[in-house]
Write a protein that binds this ligand. Structure first.
Ligand SMILES: NC(=O)c1ccc[n+]([C@@H]2O[C@H](COP(=O)([O-])OP(=O)(O)OC[C@H]3O[C@@H](n4cnc5c(N)ncnc54)[C@H](O)[C@@H]3O)[C@@H](O)[C@H]2O)c1
Length: 351
């Protein structure tokens, strides 16, 4: 499938890392570092290293999990770069899910005022969403992505074969961002996805999702306007994700939390941007087929609102949402009252 040209870099799709091999031989970096977590090291790094035919590289490993996407692990990455003698002509190759591509991109974009990095996303979620668009970052005090940069990788290399080892739950998680792409930009695609199986996803659908995201970020690389449509489901979803990380024994994945956020924000859309009751029903039914109901206690609703108040998308103290006008179209910059947000959470609790 064809390479997708993004802001300043190619997103190379299923070429067996031949383009990455060419890239490395042309660029002549002083040192090449791989950033992995224990799962991407075990399941993805061997294939990558073999395809590239390289013997010498430095490895930086962090422990997997959203709870580790923080400044402490970032300091660990910077220290390793220093210890291994990284200079400004070094390259960081981020091999992993969205936690690794976000944190690795952030670490690279700030180390010595910025070194080159490339993304090798290894989860469905990072292939369709996290590795494209130049948003990098870490969480702090349970606030999602509150520290970060816009920094473009030199390239993104996607190999859907890497998804073969991904647990089913992670595949379904990534599928949520694909459904979002349909909801905000492509009604037919949403209906196509309804019939798809996240456990056995067609690479053509992954490619299509990347094209949707890329089309949006090309028009608005730094989220001054249009790009905010990609935040549909994320104002409430990020709060649900942060809350779950703090309170649940087994925390929700990013995609599971965003799926809840999308149901709530679809309800809000019927109140504020004219989404029809039929489209809301369609969305709820679809999400119910892919995602188990998660228990949110009525008593937690106010805690969730508190988390939303610190969302980085807010302006002048107002909680900002991107909302649907219909399936396939999204409108930006709708400020929502606490009462409206409470209602939408209660809609989820009761649906
Ligand atoms: N920058 C962006 O534009 C953007 C967009 C969406 C999401 N995100 C971020 O992405 C993160 C979520 O990413 P994620 O869902 O990929 O989570 P993740 O990085 O935590 O990966 C999920 C799990 O899969 C494991 N794993 C990774 N690749 C594997 C493979 N091939 N086989 C087996 N196991 C594998 C990981 O070790 C981890 O345990 C969140 O922090 C979110 O904020 C960023």
């Amino acid at each position: 499938m064809e390479t997708i040209q993004s802001i300043s870099y190619p997103v190379v799709f299923n070429d067996g890392f031949a383009a990455l091999k060419r890239f490395l031989s042309e660029k002549k970096y002083s040192k090449v570092f791989f950033l992995v977590d224990e799962n991407s090291e075990k399941y993805c790094l061997p294939l990558l290293v073999e395809s590239l035919g390289i013997q010498e590289y430095d490895l930086i490993e962090v422990t997997s999990g959203e709870e580790n996407k923080n400044i402490d692990f970032c300091i660990g990455i910077w220290k390793m770069l220093i210890d291994f003698g990284a200079d400004r002509n070094s390259l960081l190759i981020n091999v992993g899910g969205g936690v690794i591509t976000d944190m690795g991109g952030f670490a690279a974009s700030t180390f010595k005022r910025g070194i080159d990095f490339v993304q090798v996303p290894t989860t469905l979620l990072s292939q369709v969403d996290a590795s494209v668009g130049g948003k990098t970052g870490i969480d702090m005090d349970h606030l999602k992505n509150i520290i970060g940069t816009f920094a473009q990788p030199k390239a993104v290399f996607i190999d859907t074969n890497l998804l073969k080892t991904l647990p089913q739950r992670q595949l379904v998680s990534g599928f949520a961002e694909m459904l979002k792409h349909g909801l905000i930009a492509d009604r037919n695609y949403f209906y196509l996805l309804k019939e798809a199986s996240p456990e056995n996803i067609d690479p053509a659908l992954i490619h299509h999702s990347i094209k949707i995201k890329n089309k949006v970020v090309l028009q608005d690389p730094e989220e001054k306007g249009l790009r905010k449509i990609l935040n549909f489901g994320h104002t409430i979803g990020h709060a649900v994700e942060s809350f779950s990380l703090q309170n649940d024994q087994i925390a929700l994945t990013h995609g599971e939390a965003i799926a809840i956020g999308m149901i709530c924000e679809a309800f809000l859309s019927t109140q504020k941007t004219g989404l029809s009751a039929a489209d809301l029903q369609e969305i709820v039914t679809t999400f119910k087929t892919f995602y188990e109901k998660h228990t949110i206690k009525e008593a937690s609703v106010l805690d969730l609102i508190e988390l939303m108040k610190s969302d980085k998308k807010n302006a002048s103290g107002h909680i900002n949402c991107s909302l649907l006008t219909q399936i396939g179209q999204c409108a930006i910059d709708y400020f929502c009252t606490e009462e409206e947000l409470c209602q939408s959470l209660k809609f989820y609790i009761n649906c």
